[in-house]
Design a protein around this ligand. Structure first.
Ligand code: FCB
Length: 423
């Protein structure tokens, strides 16, 4: 293994957040939601009032890109209504501060949340949501096209549709409604095509816009290789969660709507007697340790899978790729540093093998509101102390480690540090 993993010079080294998870003061279907740790997202990291400070932190981290969401419910109070000028100005100011700091924005148009008037009319099950979304995107893109060229239409349609209609984890908490799941994906895929047309038509004076979704890629498998029932469940999950979604967005004529494909990669979920053996599925850490499952506070780790999925997407779709999310949740910073190192090695291997990967966005800038789990999952490059109402941010060791990579464009420090921490 080379001592110095050099990455392409124009590579985007970024970090990512989403509005509901960091902004606070948001009125969408999550406002009244109480997470398993008893908390809600009403203040979150108060990024809404503190974005200027958070941009300064990003500059300190040395990232040159930021994947950020824009919250539809803030901007449009009713279908086909004009955008709220005050809220729009706030996002414009954020984008201008990023520009001044030399940070390229990637804007996410939908990240697990909707305006109340969309939710009350059936959300993404209702085909009328497609033209409503198109209208919103038209207005937003017209307003921001001089400032944004990287557009991520949908974040993880797979996770969103499965947690809303199959697994009951996200509002409206339905379970096992396979037809609803499929319908949501199909409607989002249609909306993606329309949004892509809008973005292309609007253009950007500086450079040609880029458009894509962020696909969550999760590997599924049986924990015990001989358990045919778990193998079958893994195969069904793989088909439904991974391939059905990729086909809906990228097969046939719809392929032309995307200029890139984003990959959110966290790892692997293996089943044992139909139960997913991951902390996010409720498995206890002690039980997982006994079974030899290496995981963060969410999923089983599988760094080698990152190389596999990048090579596979490259072969299958031939689109430029971004790692739109990767990170690990743990209070053990050595673990997180090691995890990042292993994934960057895989990423570097894929790029050296000819896969066109253009950027990496670490999830997340801040410890934040992790949906069903509230503030209990620690993903931040910056730690946030939620017990202090001033919500102070503090650089973590993972943040320092990532800063070295962002500044040098090489993961040499990563290798050095991982040798120390793996012991
Ligand atoms: C992804 C989501 C993101 C965050 C991370 C941990 O599935 O897109 O909002 O919850 O997982």
């Amino acid at each position: 293994m080379a001592g110095d993993l050099k990455f392409p010079g124009n590579f985007l080294w970024g970090t990512a957040t989403s509005p509901t998870q960091v902004e606070g003061h948001v009125a969408n279907e999550w406002t009244d939601y109480v997470a398993s740790d008893g908390n809600h997202c009403r203040v979150a990291c108060n990024h809404y009032h503190r974005y200027a400070e958070d941009v300064a932190w990003m500059a300190e981290l040395g990232v040159n890109a930021y994947r950020m969401g824009i919250e539809w419910s803030r901007l449009q109070a009713a279908p086909f209504a004009p955008l709220n000028p005050t809220e729009l100005d706030r996002y414009v100011d954020l984008l201008d501060r990023l520009k001044a700091a030399g940070i390229t924005p990637m804007v996410v148009l939908h990240h697990f949340s909707n305006p109340p008037w969309i939710t009350s009319t059936g959300g993404w099950l209702n085909p009328a949501t497609i033209p409503a979304f198109e209208d919103y995107v038209t207005r937003l893109v017209t307003a921001l096209k001089e400032r944004v060229w990287l557009w991520n239409t949908f974040n993880e349609p797979d996770t969103y549709a499965s947690l809303t209609y199959l697994l009951g984890g996200f509002p409206p908490f339905h379970k096992w409604r396979l037809w609803s799941y499929r319908k949501v994906i199909r409607h989002m895929a249609a909306a993606h095509v329309r949004a892509s047309e809008v973005i292309r038509r609007a253009g950007n004076s500086g450079r040609t816009p880029e458009i894509g979704i962020a696909k969550n890629w999760t590997f599924f498998g049986p924990l015990e290789p001989h358990a045919w029932w778990d193998r079958l469940l893994a195969a069904i999950s793989h088909r439904t969660f991974n391939h059905f979604v990729l086909d809906a967005f990228l097969s046939g004529q719809r392929r032309a709507a995307s200029t890139f494909l984003g990959v959110n990669y966290y790892g692997l979920a293996r089943f044992k007697n139909f139960e997913p053996m991951v902390p996010a599925g409720g498995a206890r850490p002690e039980q997982l340790a006994e079974l030899g499952v290496v995981c963060d506070d969410m999923f089983e780790r599988h760094p080698g899978g990152l190389g596999t999925v990048l090579r596979d997407f490259h072969r299958r779709y031939g689109l430029p790729l971004y790692i739109t999310e990767h990170g690990a949740a743990s209070r053990d910073e050595n673990f997180r540093i090691r995890d990042l190192t292993e994934h960057l090695r895989e990423l570097h291997g894929a790029i050296s093998g000819g896969v066109d990967v253009r950027g990496f966005f670490y999830w997340s800038l801040l410890d934040n509101f992790e949906w069903q789990f509230g503030y209990s999952k620690k993903f931040g490059l910056l730690e946030v102390d939620f017990s202090d109402e001033r919500l102070p941010r503090k650089m973590t060791r993972v943040g320092e480690f990532y800063r070295e990579i962002c500044r040098t464009g090489a993961a040499a420090a990563a290798l050095k540090d991982s040798r120390v921490s793996t012991g």
